[in-house]
Design a protein around this ligand. Structure first.
Ligand SMILES: CC(C)(COP(=O)(O)OP(=O)(O)OC[C@H]1O[C@@H](n2cnc3c(N)ncnc32)[C@H](O)[C@@H]1OP(=O)(O)O)[C@@H](O)C(=O)NCCC(=O)NCCS
Length: 301
């Protein structure tokens, strides 16, 4: 087990902990807490980081930094994730603790990046978060493009489920659990086991569209969060030979219906700004843009 205590550094009796074993539970609780404090703040849902869990990564065992209050609830974290091309560093702080903890958390994040001798590090920040963007600038991070828009839709405004073209059928992972998972090709051989370790994963919302010849033509995963009542869409894909047939629209509208049935009151999906297909798909379903975030990158000298 990777766990290491440090003395409390502030009067709120908040203690720092470096842990790998409790990571998924702690980051889920922290992001849920953030979402409950601010209905659209930050960049990530708990389900986003659960989705990142789908692959085995070197960062799984390097330990993640958390700050816990006196009853053991997480109030802040620095999450380092290995994406092959670079590691990302995500700082998450409960809104009511940002003022008191930001400088300490970011400083410790930079120390952790230095201790791991990471070559290339990327951070994602919202363009309206000036605390963050100033700190990144002062720490030698520069904008690296890769703009992403977060969009939201109230469950009550969801569109009707659109039809599927003839011969195609909608299935869920619950119907296909006797086969290899349909996302192995893009997400690694352990995707089924890793998703099953995620508390927000629901095999009945892990959807795919099968072509008449049995090919997997499209798929999408919908994440209902019972604590925040937000349903996240991630990922969404139609294979190139099946695009523009209405498969993604069917997956999206059918998935939103299932999220609503699980009690979700709002839905969120993000897309890169240079992806007109995704923008058209989500805006056509009624999703409204809310915030833009950018990647910032730093290479060690
Ligand atoms: C985005 C994507 C899922 C759309 O899949 P699809 O099955 O082709 O989409 P649909 O046929 O259901 O189209 C629904 C709507 O999406 C929009 N859309 C889809 N493809 C589009 C394209 N190439 N250009 C512009 N708009 C497009 C349109 O608004 C379309 O409605 P319309 O056909 O009435 O104009 C698909 O292009 C894809 O998998 N891309 C690669 C992965 C990806 O970008 N995923 C989304 C990440 S957020």
């Amino acid at each position: 087990m990777v766990r290491q205590g440090r003395p409390a550094r502030d009067p709120l009796k908040i203690r720092e902990e470096l842990t790998s074993d409790d990571y998924l539970d702690l980051i889920t609780r922290l992001l849920q807490r953030c979402r409950r404090s601010d209905p659209t703040g930050g960049v990530w849902e708990a389900a986003d980081l659960q989705w990142w869990w789908r692959r085995v990564r070197p960062s799984d065992r390097c330990g993640q930094l958390f700050w816990l209050d006196e009853v053991g609830d997480p109030v802040a974290a620095v999450v380092l994730t290995d994406w092959d091309r670079a590691w990302t560093c995500d700082v998450v702080i409960a809104p009511e603790h940002v003022e008191a903890l930001f400088d300490l958390v970011w400083q410790r994040g930079l120390e952790q990046v230095a201790a791991l001798e990471l070559d290339a590090v990327e951070v994602r920040a919202r363009d309206d978060d000036t605390t963050w963007t100033s700190a990144l600038d002062e720490s030698g991070f520069a904008p690296a493009g890769d703009a992403s828009t977060a969009t939201w839709l109230d469950a009550g405004r969801r569109p009707q489920v659109s039809p599927l073209p003839r011969g195609f059928r909608l299935l869920s992972r619950a119907d296909t659990s006797d086969r290899p998972h349909h996302m192995i090709g893009r997400n690694g051989e352990h995707v089924a086991e890793r998703l099953a370790e995620c508390s927000l994963y629901d095999a009945e919302l892990d959807l795919l569209v099968e072509a008449p010849d049995g090919d997997v033509a499209a798929y999408a995963l919908f994440w209902p969060d019972p604590v925040t009542r937000v349903g996240l869409v991630e990922p969404m894909r139609t294979e190139s030979e099946y695009q523009r047939l209405g498969l993604a629209r069917h997956l999206l509208t059918a998935g939103l219906e299932r999220l609503a049935a699980r009690g979700c009151e709002r839905f969120k999906v993000s897309h890169n700004n240079d992806n007109p297909a995704a923008r058209g798909l989500y805006s056509g379903a009624g999703f409204v843009p809310d915030s833009i975030s950018y990647a910032y990158a730093r290479r060690s000298p």
